[in-house]
Design a protein around this ligand. Structure first.
Ligand SMILES: Cc1cc2nc3c(=O)[nH]c(=O)nc-3n(C[C@H](O)[C@H](O)[C@H](O)COP(=O)(O)O)c2cc1C
Length: 321
């Protein structure tokens, strides 16, 4: 059932990846995704020290014996991260899969990761970036279209058009995403040639996602027109849920504010306050246009199995059309 090159490469049950999420993809969420048969990805950049990160990796290992990955962040951040420190922990703790995401294909990191025999996945938003990732040794490439939650880049190509283009251009397997929240989107991306599908917005309402119930409620009440792109003026375009904080960022951009002023408003501690205390206007939260289809808080296992079972039924129906 949906066995692909990605299920074989990662050793997972379903060709589903639960995308990394700053301040949210901690041990509980990552392990829940992996235990549900998908690949969970721990976000390393949220841990201030090497030892904090090591503790979280160990927590994941205690919560699941299934494969999981660690993300190394290459996006601009308030607190610059030294990915080499995280890499040391990754090697020492025996993590087997590394995902990188950000503006530049990480040649040096790729050499290190591949040199240690790990599986490398790079996430990006365009054909030329995907080709570059393949050239530097990525075993698989994730591409997300314009509708996705989080970084959108500047090319603005939708998932429907981007995924088959990248599938045709690459030899390595492609994981597609951006806007997938249910079995229909999942099956559609497999039909486009993706060997795996990444989810983000769909799992914001997972029971295991450490988001305040008020934020989950706001997400469930939102529709597909309630997201906007911010931070384009500082070459860090992100699709987020439209709230006061996002509008303030847009206003700062109109006034041609500098990088730090914008990043301070858009991320970091303000976002953490929103996530933990449920102050809906405190910060911004990445969200894709799929938000309009996210309607119920459920255990991660039910979200993942629901997607697979809906896709299984749909595949049968399509076969007799
Ligand atoms: C709240 C949130 C935070 C995210 N944080 C990150 C991140 O720190 N790094 C990253 O590479 N992707 C991040 N993403 C993107 C996801 O990993 C995934 O690629 C994306 O959500 C898939 O698109 P979808 O939301 O339309 O399903 C984030 C997404 C969301 C919704």
């Amino acid at each position: 059932m949906f066995q692909t090159k990605i299920t074989a490469m990662f050793g997972i049950k379903y060709p589903l990846v639960v995308g990394t999420m700053m301040h949210l993809a901690k041990a509980e969420m990552v392990a829940a995704a992996s235990n549900a048969g998908a690949l969970g990805i721990l976000a390393s950049a949220m841990f201030p020290t090497k030892e904090d990160f090591r503790e979280e990796v160990r927590k994941v290992k205690n919560l699941t014996d299934r494969p999981f990955a660690v993300n190394l962040n290459l996006f601009p951040a308030m607190r610059p991260v030294d990915n080499r420190e995280y890499l040391d922990v990754i090697f020492e703790e025996g993590v087997k899969i590394v995902e990188t995401s950000g503006h530049k294909a990480p040649e040096e990191l790729a050499r290190e990761v591949k040199g240690h025999g790990l599986t490398l996945v790079h996430k990006c938003v365009g054909v030329r970036y995907a080709l570059k990732a393949q050239a530097i040794g990525a075993d698989a490439v994730t591409v997300v279209g314009y509708e996705n939650g989080g970084a959108t880049g500047t090319l603005d190509v939708t998932t429907l058009c981007l995924v088959p283009r990248v599938v045709d251009a690459l030899q390595v397997p492609v994981i597609g995403g951006g806007g997938v929240t249910d079995g229909r989107g999942f099956l559609a991306l497999l039909a486009l040639g993706a060997q795996g599908v990444i989810l983000g917005t769909a799992v914001l309402v997972a029971e295991e996602c450490p988001l305040h119930p008020k934020v989950k409620q706001a997400i469930m009440e939102a529709t597909e027109v309630d997201t906007m792109i911010i931070m384009r003026t500082i070459q860090n375009s992100h699709r987020v849920w439209t709230n006061d904080a996002a509008r303030k960022v847009a206003e700062l951009e109109k006034q041609q504010a500098g990088l730090m002023e914008i990043v301070r408003m858009a991320g970091g501690d303000k976002a953490k306050r929103m996530y933990q205390e449920g102050d809906l206007e405190a910060g911004t939260i990445s969200c894709g246009q799929g938000i309009g289809l996210v309607k119920k808080v459920m255990p991660m296992k039910d979200i993942i199995e629901g997607i697979v079972s809906q896709a299984t039924d749909l595949r049968q129906k399509l076969a007799v059309m």
